[in-house]
Design a protein around this ligand. Structure first.
Ligand code: G3P
Length: 218
């Protein structure tokens, strides 16, 4: 299972990279805005800076919603670095753009997936990744993890190469359950990955070991 970090914050990306378990980065226009990155030149520079930190795929999202605009933006993004994955929204022109980039061998991530039908369409168009937003489904009392299960079944039935990138991950149990279901990738905040390492019995056990060692060696 691959771990992507869902942020445009360079310090957090560096911290996750230094942990040694990071496989890539996902961004979106909201995350870029949160970091105060505005204007095309600054946005492109920021993607270059992210690519310089990480070893794996870096999803960079288009802003256009028409086919020509998505192709124009996607080509500029893809030319930045071979790590760039062009992130395209699940809309009709987006499906056409997925097919266009798939034919050209450019990696894509179809975002804003909220149903199995949308994931199937993206896979048919040759998307490298589909991003079902499980946290946002949970937010409206809908079964986000159930969607991952459903997409897993469909992709396995037909041996689609498209990877399931569980997005909008909010906490460690999302990651564990995605791993049980067989999502190929999760993307979430650094805090969710760090929480996987924590257990109170580990802390208590370590404190006891160190105290016993100190007593025996005093
Ligand atoms: O980047 C897409 C997705 O992961 C967004 O997550 O937490 O804004 O629902 P969130």
């Amino acid at each position: 299972m691959k771990f992507f970090i869902d942020t445009a914050n360079l310090a957090q990306i560096k911290e996750a990279q230094d942990l040694g378990v990071l496989d890539g980065v996902t961004t979106n226009p909201s995350l870029m805005a949160k970091e105060g990155i505005t204007g095309e030149a600054n946005v492109l520079d920021h993607y270059r800076a992210i690519c310089d930190i990480v070893d794996g795929d870096v999803s960079a999202e288009v802003i256009s919603t028409d086919f020509e605009g998505m192709v124009r933006e996607g080509e500029i993004l893809a030319a930045l670095d071979e790590k760039i994955v062009v992130k395209i929204p699940m809309i009709k022109d987006g499906v056409k753009a997925l097919k266009y980039f798939s034919n050209k061998g450019v990696k894509t991530n179809c975002t804003l997936i909220f149903s199995a039908g949308q994931a199937l369409m993206a896979a048919k168009a040759g998307a490298s990744y589909v991003s079902p937003f499980i946290g946002r489904l949970d937010d409206i009392s809908t079964d986000g993890l159930g969607l991952i299960e459903s997409i897993r079944l469909i992709f396995d039935n037909y041996a689609f190469d498209t990877e399931i990138l569980a997005a909008s991950v909010r906490h460690p149990m999302h990651i564990i359950e995605c791993a049980q279901i067989g999502a190929d990738v999760i993307t979430g905040p650094l805090s969710a990955m760090e929480a996987l390492m924590k257990h109170p019995l580990t802390d208590i056990g370590l404190a006891t070991f160190l105290a016993d060692h100190a007593k025996a060696n005093s």
